[in-house]
Design a protein around this ligand. Structure first.
Ligand SMILES: [Zn+2]
Length: 193
């Protein structure tokens, strides 16, 4: 049994720093301490594509791990795990940010349709996923949401390329510019009018 006395006496006792790792969308090892959502919100790690948008309450960025262009995350900066922990104002803002990101991407013809996914997993920082519905997804499954694992596996096996990483950076840049310009007017594509 360790106790404070023998820890102090044992000079060889290493200092325990519990770091976690994730593999970024562009195959980089990222280390962080504690909750990844809190670490990202606190700028303790970053993605090469950078943030698409942030304010005092939320971040909007490419998904950290999956190399799917335009697959974005809206996350509150404070650590919460359930939707009910957000104030009404925060809740509205979170979905407004998702809505704006999609309007920008749709307006720039990144994709026509998007799914919005969020979970209340135990011990997980709440976030909303914005998942474009690309043709390659429906070629791999009839039900994207039911087969998210299939989609993610496909992306990890087939989309790890420099060209695709540049596409992810390009889309992040488009969304970043869209938020900076404040123009979310392109609600629907020509085909949907
Ligand atoms: Zn957190």
């Amino acid at each position: 049994m360790l106790n404070s006395e023998n820890m102090l006496n044992d000079k060889k006792e290493p200092k325990v720093v519990r770091m976690n790792n994730l593999i970024s969308y562009n195959n980089r090892i990222i280390s962080y301490d504690g909750c990844p959502g809190c670490a990202y919100a606190g700028h303790e790690f970053h993605l090469d594509c950078g943030l698409a948008y942030e304010n005092e309450r939320f971040t909007l960025s490419q998904d950290w791990e999956l190399p799917i262009p335009g697959f974005m995350i809206v996350a509150p900066k404070r650590h919460i795990e359930m939707l009910s922990e957000l104030t009404e104002e925060e809740r509205n803002e979170m979905f407004s940010l998702a809505d704006k990101a999609v309007k920008i991407m749709r307006g720039k013809h990144i994709c026509e349709r998007f799914d919005y996914i969020f979970e209340e997993k135990e011990n997980r920082h709440l976030h909303v996923w914005i998942l474009p519905r690309y043709a390659w997804m429906t070629e791999n499954t009839d039900d994207i949401i039911a087969d998210l694992g299939v989609i993610f596996e496909y992306a990890l096996c087939n989309l790890r390329s420099e060209d695709n990483y540049r596409e992810i950076e390009r889309i992040t840049e488009i969304v970043r510019d869209g938020f900076a310009a404040g123009d979310f007017s392109m609600r629907v594509s020509e085909s949907e009018k």
